[in-house]
Design a protein around this ligand. Sequence first.
Ligand code: VNL
Length: 393
Amino acid sequence: MKMFIWLRSLPWALAAIAIASALAAAGPDPIKVGVIVPMSGPFASIGGEITAGIKTYIKQHGDTVAGRKIEIIVKDTTGPSPEIAKRLAQDLVVRDKVEFLAGFGLTPEALAVAPVATEAKTPMVIMNAATSIITTKSPYIARLSFTLPQVAGPMATWAAKNGVRQVYTLVSDYGPGVDAETEFKRTFTAAGGKIAGSIRVPLQNPDFSPYVQRIKDANPQAVFVFVPAGQQGTAFMKAFAERGVAQAGVKVIATGDLTEDHQLDAIGDAALGIITTHHYSAAHDSPENKAFLAAFREANGDAMRANFMAVGGYDGMAAIYEVVRKLNGKIDADRAMEVLKGLKLASPRGALVVDPETRDPIQTVYVRRVERVDGHLYNVEFDKFANVKDPGK
Ligand code: VNL
Protein backbone atom coordinates (compact mmCIF):
# COMPACT_ATOMS: atom_id res chain seq x y z
CA MET A 1 0.00 0.00 0.00
CA LYS A 2 2.74 2.41 0.99
CA MET A 3 4.67 1.44 -2.10
CA PHE A 4 1.61 2.09 -4.22
CA ILE A 5 1.22 5.63 -2.94
CA TRP A 6 4.87 6.28 -3.46
CA LEU A 7 4.62 5.10 -7.06
CA ARG A 8 1.56 7.21 -7.70
CA SER A 9 3.22 10.34 -6.38
CA LEU A 10 6.50 9.68 -8.15
CA PRO A 11 5.59 11.50 -11.38
CA TRP A 12 4.58 14.53 -9.33
CA ALA A 13 7.79 14.46 -7.35
CA LEU A 14 9.79 14.29 -10.57
CA ALA A 15 7.78 17.13 -12.06
CA ALA A 16 8.41 19.22 -8.96
CA ILE A 17 12.15 18.55 -9.21
CA ALA A 18 12.09 19.48 -12.90
CA ILE A 19 10.32 22.77 -12.18
CA ALA A 20 12.66 23.57 -9.29
CA SER A 21 15.74 23.01 -11.40
CA ALA A 22 14.30 25.04 -14.28
CA LEU A 23 13.74 27.90 -11.83
CA ALA A 24 17.26 27.55 -10.49
CA ALA A 25 18.65 27.67 -14.03
CA ALA A 26 16.65 30.84 -14.75
CA GLY A 27 18.08 32.46 -11.62
CA PRO A 28 16.14 34.36 -8.96
CA ASP A 29 13.07 36.40 -9.85
CA PRO A 30 13.70 39.79 -11.38
CA ILE A 31 13.42 42.90 -9.27
CA LYS A 32 10.41 44.73 -10.63
CA VAL A 33 10.35 48.53 -10.69
CA GLY A 34 6.93 50.08 -11.30
CA VAL A 35 7.28 53.42 -13.11
CA ILE A 36 4.23 55.70 -12.85
CA VAL A 37 4.32 58.61 -15.32
CA PRO A 38 2.15 60.39 -17.89
CA MET A 39 3.01 58.75 -21.24
CA SER A 40 0.02 60.29 -23.08
CA GLY A 41 -2.03 63.45 -22.73
CA PRO A 42 -0.75 67.00 -22.22
CA PHE A 43 2.30 65.88 -20.20
CA ALA A 44 3.33 62.94 -22.41
CA SER A 45 6.77 64.47 -22.99
CA ILE A 46 7.46 64.22 -19.23
CA GLY A 47 6.91 60.46 -19.16
CA GLY A 48 8.88 60.16 -22.40
CA GLU A 49 11.88 61.97 -20.89
CA ILE A 50 11.83 60.13 -17.55
CA THR A 51 11.61 56.70 -19.18
CA ALA A 52 14.32 57.68 -21.70
CA GLY A 53 16.58 58.55 -18.75
CA ILE A 54 15.81 55.17 -17.12
CA LYS A 55 16.59 53.37 -20.37
CA THR A 56 19.86 55.28 -20.69
CA TYR A 57 21.00 54.21 -17.22
CA ILE A 58 20.18 50.55 -17.85
CA LYS A 59 21.87 50.56 -21.26
CA GLN A 60 25.01 52.06 -19.70
CA HIS A 61 25.14 49.85 -16.58
CA GLY A 62 23.55 46.57 -17.65
CA ASP A 63 20.22 45.11 -16.53
CA THR A 64 21.46 42.87 -13.70
CA VAL A 65 22.50 43.96 -10.20
CA ALA A 66 23.65 41.64 -7.39
CA GLY A 67 22.60 38.69 -9.56
CA ARG A 68 19.04 39.97 -10.03
CA LYS A 69 17.65 41.24 -13.30
CA ILE A 70 15.96 44.65 -13.19
CA GLU A 71 12.55 44.66 -14.87
CA ILE A 72 10.88 48.01 -15.60
CA ILE A 73 7.07 48.16 -15.77
CA VAL A 74 5.88 51.52 -17.13
CA LYS A 75 2.30 52.62 -16.33
CA ASP A 76 0.69 55.59 -18.07
CA THR A 77 -1.38 57.91 -15.85
CA THR A 78 -2.55 60.01 -18.88
CA GLY A 79 -2.37 62.73 -16.20
CA PRO A 80 -2.40 64.82 -14.22
CA SER A 81 -4.60 62.03 -12.76
CA PRO A 82 -4.09 61.32 -9.04
CA GLU A 83 -6.84 58.66 -8.95
CA ILE A 84 -5.38 56.71 -11.87
CA ALA A 85 -1.87 57.00 -10.41
CA LYS A 86 -3.08 55.58 -7.09
CA ARG A 87 -4.91 52.66 -8.72
CA LEU A 88 -1.87 51.88 -10.87
CA ALA A 89 0.34 51.90 -7.77
CA GLN A 90 -2.00 49.52 -5.94
CA ASP A 91 -2.01 47.14 -8.94
CA LEU A 92 1.77 47.31 -9.15
CA VAL A 93 2.35 46.38 -5.51
CA VAL A 94 -0.45 43.79 -5.19
CA ARG A 95 -0.45 42.07 -8.58
CA ASP A 96 2.98 42.71 -10.04
CA LYS A 97 4.74 42.61 -6.65
CA VAL A 98 7.07 45.45 -7.57
CA GLU A 99 9.88 46.11 -5.10
CA PHE A 100 10.19 49.82 -6.00
CA LEU A 101 7.73 52.48 -7.11
CA ALA A 102 9.35 55.14 -9.28
CA GLY A 103 8.71 57.88 -11.86
CA PHE A 104 6.31 60.63 -10.72
CA GLY A 105 6.54 63.56 -13.08
CA LEU A 106 3.62 65.40 -11.50
CA THR A 107 3.06 66.43 -7.88
CA PRO A 108 -0.64 65.45 -7.60
CA GLU A 109 0.21 61.90 -8.73
CA ALA A 110 3.12 61.57 -6.28
CA LEU A 111 0.92 62.78 -3.40
CA ALA A 112 -1.82 60.28 -4.31
CA VAL A 113 0.64 57.35 -4.30
CA ALA A 114 2.44 58.24 -1.03
CA PRO A 115 -0.06 56.35 1.21
CA VAL A 116 0.30 53.25 -1.00
CA ALA A 117 4.08 53.30 -0.48
CA THR A 118 3.56 53.56 3.27
CA GLU A 119 0.98 50.81 3.50
CA ALA A 120 2.80 48.39 1.19
CA LYS A 121 6.21 49.34 2.62
CA THR A 122 7.58 49.91 -0.85
CA PRO A 123 10.39 52.43 -1.47
CA MET A 124 9.16 55.23 -3.74
CA VAL A 125 11.76 57.05 -5.83
CA ILE A 126 10.68 60.49 -7.06
CA MET A 127 12.27 61.28 -10.41
CA ASN A 128 10.73 64.73 -10.86
CA ALA A 129 7.69 65.86 -8.80
CA ALA A 130 9.05 68.92 -7.02
CA THR A 131 6.60 70.31 -4.46
CA SER A 132 8.46 70.55 -1.18
CA ILE A 133 5.92 68.70 0.96
CA ILE A 134 5.97 65.40 -1.00
CA THR A 135 8.76 63.70 0.97
CA THR A 136 6.91 64.34 4.26
CA LYS A 137 3.98 62.23 3.07
CA SER A 138 5.68 58.85 3.50
CA PRO A 139 8.84 57.62 5.24
CA TYR A 140 9.42 55.44 2.13
CA ILE A 141 9.89 58.37 -0.28
CA ALA A 142 13.28 59.60 -1.50
CA ARG A 143 13.59 62.37 -4.10
CA LEU A 144 16.36 62.45 -6.70
CA SER A 145 15.17 65.54 -8.60
CA PHE A 146 14.80 68.96 -6.92
CA THR A 147 12.26 71.16 -5.16
CA LEU A 148 10.79 74.42 -6.41
CA PRO A 149 11.77 76.41 -3.28
CA GLN A 150 15.33 75.13 -3.78
CA VAL A 151 15.62 76.81 -7.20
CA ALA A 152 13.23 79.78 -6.75
CA GLY A 153 15.13 81.18 -3.72
CA PRO A 154 18.44 81.49 -5.63
CA MET A 155 16.60 83.20 -8.54
CA ALA A 156 15.32 85.86 -6.13
CA THR A 157 18.75 86.30 -4.52
CA TRP A 158 20.45 86.61 -7.89
CA ALA A 159 17.84 89.11 -9.18
CA ALA A 160 18.06 91.31 -6.08
CA LYS A 161 21.86 91.35 -6.34
CA ASN A 162 21.78 92.26 -10.02
CA GLY A 163 19.72 95.41 -10.05
CA VAL A 164 16.20 93.96 -10.23
CA ARG A 165 14.01 95.96 -7.81
CA GLN A 166 10.44 95.13 -8.74
CA VAL A 167 8.96 91.87 -10.05
CA TYR A 168 5.56 90.53 -11.08
CA THR A 169 5.11 86.79 -10.48
CA LEU A 170 3.22 84.32 -12.69
CA VAL A 171 2.98 80.68 -11.64
CA SER A 172 0.96 77.59 -12.39
CA ASP A 173 -1.78 77.24 -9.76
CA TYR A 174 -0.79 73.99 -8.01
CA GLY A 175 1.85 72.70 -5.58
CA PRO A 176 5.10 73.52 -7.38
CA GLY A 177 3.83 76.91 -8.62
CA VAL A 178 2.64 77.96 -5.17
CA ASP A 179 5.99 76.80 -3.71
CA ALA A 180 7.92 78.78 -6.35
CA GLU A 181 5.86 81.94 -5.78
CA THR A 182 6.10 81.71 -1.99
CA GLU A 183 9.86 81.20 -1.85
CA PHE A 184 10.58 83.78 -4.56
CA LYS A 185 8.52 86.44 -2.75
CA ARG A 186 10.00 85.59 0.64
CA THR A 187 13.61 85.80 -0.52
CA PHE A 188 13.13 88.76 -2.87
CA THR A 189 11.31 90.98 -0.38
CA ALA A 190 13.81 90.04 2.38
CA ALA A 191 16.53 91.34 0.02
CA GLY A 192 14.64 94.64 -0.39
CA GLY A 193 12.79 93.85 -3.63
CA LYS A 194 9.14 94.74 -4.33
CA ILE A 195 6.42 92.47 -5.71
CA ALA A 196 4.36 94.40 -8.30
CA GLY A 197 1.63 91.77 -8.50
CA SER A 198 1.02 88.03 -8.67
CA ILE A 199 -0.97 85.80 -10.99
CA ARG A 200 -1.70 82.09 -10.72
CA VAL A 201 -2.80 80.38 -13.94
CA PRO A 202 -4.64 77.05 -14.27
CA LEU A 203 -2.55 73.88 -14.59
CA GLN A 204 -4.67 72.57 -17.45
CA ASN A 205 -4.47 74.33 -20.86
CA PRO A 206 -3.90 77.88 -19.65
CA ASP A 207 -4.54 80.67 -22.17
CA PHE A 208 -1.68 82.99 -21.27
CA SER A 209 -2.76 86.01 -23.35
CA PRO A 210 -5.00 87.81 -20.82
CA TYR A 211 -2.49 87.22 -17.98
CA VAL A 212 0.39 88.49 -20.08
CA GLN A 213 -1.66 91.59 -20.95
CA ARG A 214 -2.16 92.27 -17.22
CA ILE A 215 1.59 92.04 -16.71
CA LYS A 216 2.19 94.43 -19.60
CA ASP A 217 -0.29 96.91 -18.13
CA ALA A 218 1.46 96.74 -14.73
CA ASN A 219 4.77 97.42 -16.50
CA PRO A 220 7.09 95.75 -13.93
CA GLN A 221 10.85 95.63 -14.31
CA ALA A 222 10.73 91.83 -14.63
CA VAL A 223 8.36 88.88 -14.45
CA PHE A 224 9.26 85.74 -12.48
CA VAL A 225 7.71 82.62 -14.02
CA PHE A 226 7.08 79.02 -13.06
CA VAL A 227 5.23 76.88 -15.59
CA PRO A 228 5.60 73.09 -15.69
CA ALA A 229 8.02 71.59 -18.21
CA GLY A 230 6.55 70.68 -21.59
CA GLN A 231 4.56 72.81 -23.99
CA GLN A 232 3.50 75.54 -21.55
CA GLY A 233 6.86 77.30 -21.76
CA THR A 234 6.39 77.70 -25.51
CA ALA A 235 2.78 78.87 -25.06
CA PHE A 236 3.77 81.46 -22.43
CA MET A 237 6.63 82.87 -24.50
CA LYS A 238 4.42 83.02 -27.60
CA ALA A 239 1.83 85.14 -25.74
CA PHE A 240 4.66 87.24 -24.30
CA ALA A 241 6.02 87.98 -27.79
CA GLU A 242 2.59 88.54 -29.37
CA ARG A 243 1.60 91.09 -26.74
CA GLY A 244 4.88 92.94 -27.19
CA VAL A 245 5.84 92.69 -23.51
CA ALA A 246 9.54 92.07 -24.18
CA GLN A 247 9.57 95.15 -26.43
CA ALA A 248 7.97 97.10 -23.59
CA GLY A 249 11.15 96.28 -21.63
CA VAL A 250 9.88 93.61 -19.20
CA LYS A 251 12.60 91.02 -18.54
CA VAL A 252 11.84 87.32 -17.93
CA ILE A 253 13.40 85.46 -15.02
CA ALA A 254 12.23 81.95 -14.17
CA THR A 255 12.98 78.53 -12.80
CA GLY A 256 14.55 76.32 -15.46
CA ASP A 257 11.23 74.56 -16.06
CA LEU A 258 10.32 77.40 -18.49
CA THR A 259 13.39 76.92 -20.69
CA GLU A 260 13.88 73.15 -20.26
CA ASP A 261 16.16 71.61 -22.87
CA HIS A 262 13.48 69.54 -24.61
CA GLN A 263 11.33 72.64 -25.35
CA LEU A 264 13.98 75.28 -25.82
CA ASP A 265 14.38 75.08 -29.59
CA ALA A 266 10.57 75.17 -29.94
CA ILE A 267 10.44 78.46 -28.02
CA GLY A 268 13.03 79.80 -30.44
CA ASP A 269 14.74 83.19 -30.41
CA ALA A 270 12.16 84.65 -28.00
CA ALA A 271 14.03 82.64 -25.33
CA LEU A 272 17.41 84.30 -25.95
CA GLY A 273 18.68 86.07 -22.85
CA ILE A 274 16.16 84.58 -20.39
CA ILE A 275 17.82 84.01 -17.02
CA THR A 276 16.81 80.98 -15.00
CA THR A 277 17.95 78.95 -12.00
CA HIS A 278 17.87 75.15 -12.03
CA HIS A 279 19.77 72.00 -11.11
CA TYR A 280 20.44 70.69 -14.63
CA SER A 281 21.38 72.06 -18.04
CA ALA A 282 22.34 69.93 -21.05
CA ALA A 283 25.15 72.49 -21.47
CA HIS A 284 26.66 71.53 -18.08
CA ASP A 285 30.37 71.02 -18.68
CA SER A 286 31.53 67.82 -16.96
CA PRO A 287 32.75 64.34 -17.95
CA GLU A 288 29.65 62.81 -16.29
CA ASN A 289 27.31 64.96 -18.38
CA LYS A 290 29.20 64.25 -21.62
CA ALA A 291 28.98 60.50 -20.95
CA PHE A 292 25.30 60.82 -20.05
CA LEU A 293 24.42 62.77 -23.22
CA ALA A 294 26.30 60.30 -25.43
CA ALA A 295 24.58 57.33 -23.75
CA PHE A 296 21.20 59.10 -23.98
CA ARG A 297 21.64 59.58 -27.73
CA GLU A 298 22.69 55.96 -28.15
CA ALA A 299 19.70 54.67 -26.18
CA ASN A 300 17.04 57.04 -27.54
CA GLY A 301 18.18 58.40 -30.90
CA ASP A 302 18.77 62.00 -31.98
CA ALA A 303 15.18 63.24 -32.08
CA MET A 304 14.82 63.78 -28.32
CA ARG A 305 16.92 66.25 -26.34
CA ALA A 306 17.71 65.14 -22.79
CA ASN A 307 16.31 67.50 -20.17
CA PHE A 308 16.19 67.61 -16.36
CA MET A 309 13.44 64.97 -16.29
CA ALA A 310 15.69 62.55 -18.16
CA VAL A 311 18.41 63.21 -15.58
CA GLY A 312 15.87 62.61 -12.79
CA GLY A 313 15.03 59.22 -14.33
CA TYR A 314 18.71 58.41 -14.77
CA ASP A 315 19.69 59.37 -11.22
CA GLY A 316 16.62 57.64 -9.78
CA MET A 317 17.80 54.42 -11.43
CA ALA A 318 21.32 55.00 -10.10
CA ALA A 319 19.80 55.22 -6.60
CA ILE A 320 17.79 52.00 -7.11
CA TYR A 321 20.88 50.15 -8.38
CA GLU A 322 22.83 51.31 -5.34
CA VAL A 323 20.11 50.00 -2.99
CA VAL A 324 20.01 46.62 -4.76
CA ARG A 325 23.81 46.40 -4.67
CA LYS A 326 24.12 47.36 -0.99
CA LEU A 327 21.31 44.99 0.06
CA ASN A 328 22.77 42.26 -2.12
CA GLY A 329 19.56 41.76 -4.05
CA LYS A 330 17.28 41.27 -1.01
CA ILE A 331 15.06 44.33 -0.78
CA ASP A 332 13.71 45.37 2.59
CA ALA A 333 12.02 48.78 2.63
CA ASP A 334 13.51 50.05 5.89
CA ARG A 335 17.01 48.96 4.96
CA ALA A 336 16.50 50.48 1.47
CA MET A 337 15.69 53.83 3.07
CA GLU A 338 18.85 53.64 5.17
CA VAL A 339 20.84 53.31 1.92
CA LEU A 340 18.95 56.18 0.28
CA LYS A 341 19.44 58.55 3.23
CA GLY A 342 22.79 60.23 2.68
CA LEU A 343 23.27 58.60 -0.74
CA LYS A 344 25.86 60.46 -2.86
CA LEU A 345 25.75 60.50 -6.66
CA ALA A 346 28.12 61.89 -9.29
CA SER A 347 25.15 63.01 -11.38
CA PRO A 348 25.27 64.55 -14.89
CA ARG A 349 24.04 67.74 -13.13
CA GLY A 350 27.00 67.72 -10.67
CA ALA A 351 27.42 66.07 -7.26
CA LEU A 352 24.33 65.51 -5.16
CA VAL A 353 23.60 64.02 -1.76
CA VAL A 354 20.21 62.88 -0.50
CA ASP A 355 19.62 64.79 2.75
CA PRO A 356 19.31 62.10 5.46
CA GLU A 357 16.79 64.30 7.32
CA THR A 358 14.39 65.27 4.53
CA ARG A 359 15.24 62.69 1.82
CA ASP A 360 15.53 65.57 -0.68
CA PRO A 361 18.62 66.26 -2.76
CA ILE A 362 21.18 68.81 -1.55
CA GLN A 363 22.82 70.14 -4.68
CA THR A 364 24.25 73.04 -6.68
CA VAL A 365 21.71 75.42 -8.19
CA TYR A 366 23.04 77.11 -11.34
CA VAL A 367 22.20 80.50 -12.79
CA ARG A 368 21.94 80.23 -16.57
CA ARG A 369 21.29 82.42 -19.61
CA VAL A 370 19.72 81.16 -22.85
CA GLU A 371 22.24 81.40 -25.69
CA ARG A 372 22.65 79.90 -29.14
CA VAL A 373 25.46 77.34 -29.23
CA ASP A 374 26.27 75.36 -32.42
CA GLY A 375 22.86 76.11 -33.90
CA HIS A 376 20.82 75.10 -30.82
CA LEU A 377 19.55 77.04 -27.83
CA TYR A 378 21.05 76.12 -24.46
CA ASN A 379 20.86 77.26 -20.86
CA VAL A 380 24.48 78.32 -20.42
CA GLU A 381 25.53 78.25 -16.77
CA PHE A 382 27.40 81.37 -15.58
CA ASP A 383 26.95 81.47 -11.79
CA LYS A 384 25.98 79.05 -9.03
CA PHE A 385 24.79 78.50 -5.47
CA ALA A 386 26.52 75.52 -3.82
CA ASN A 387 24.98 72.95 -1.45
CA VAL A 388 21.42 74.26 -1.60
CA LYS A 389 18.94 72.44 0.64
CA ASP A 390 15.20 72.52 0.21
CA PRO A 391 14.21 75.62 2.21
CA GLY A 392 10.52 74.72 2.01
CA LYS A 393 10.26 72.57 5.15
C1 VNL B 1 6.29 69.47 -11.50
C2 VNL B 1 7.38 70.26 -11.14
C3 VNL B 1 6.01 69.27 -12.85
C4 VNL B 1 8.17 70.86 -12.12
C5 VNL B 1 6.80 69.87 -13.81
O1 VNL B 1 6.59 69.70 -15.13
C6 VNL B 1 7.87 70.66 -13.45
C7 VNL B 1 5.45 68.86 -10.47
C8 VNL B 1 5.57 68.85 -15.59
O2 VNL B 1 5.91 68.71 -9.34
O3 VNL B 1 4.27 68.55 -10.80
O4 VNL B 1 8.60 71.27 -14.43
